[in-house]
Design a protein. Structure first.
Length: 145
């Protein structure tokens, strides 16, 4: 995320929400993406599958604005749902868990974990457009072989 953000400041870098997961998954994903420079988030299923979409979005907005952290947001979300008399899908304890999120939309449910130290990133602000293109071509050759 940081490399994308630094690559070209005119780009709006963001995330896609993916599968539903727990409320903490959604809130933490947004918090972490913002931490590393994301400026947009598209959450379809995460919002659609929540108990109360407007309240869910209220806390996504509060996280995006830096007003609240993910764990506090989950607790507040549960409190608001109880006040509204809305039946919760999960207990607070279960909804505070972070789960492995599928890495593909294929429905296979497989997860992918990346380990090891990341490669050093160049200072993109000091590179020409041609150097950026070459760096990315070399990166994809390293990744794909």
């Amino acid at each position: 995320m940081e490399a994308l953000v630094r690559y070209d400041e005119s780009l709006v870098v963001g995330i896609l929400g993916g599968s539903s997961g727990t409320t903490f998954d959604a809130f933490h994903m947004l918090w972490e993406a913002k931490k590393y420079g994301a400026r947009a988030a598209l959450y379809g299923r995460k919002i659609n599958h929540s108990e109360h979409q407007l309240t869910f979005v209220k806390y996504l907005r509060a996280i995006a604005d830096g007003e609240i952290g993910p764990e506090e947001a989950v607790r507040a979300y549960h409190g608001d749902l109880q006040k509204l008399g809305i039946r919760l899908y999960r207990s607070l304890q279960n909804d505070l868990q972070q789960t492995d999120i599928a890495s593909a939309y294929s429905g296979s449910g497989s997860t992918k974990r990346v380990t090891g130290a990341p490669a050093a990133e160049p200072d993109f602000s000091k590179m020409s457009q041609a150097e950026k293109v070459q760096w990315n071509l070399d990166r994809w050759k390293r990744i794909l072989g």
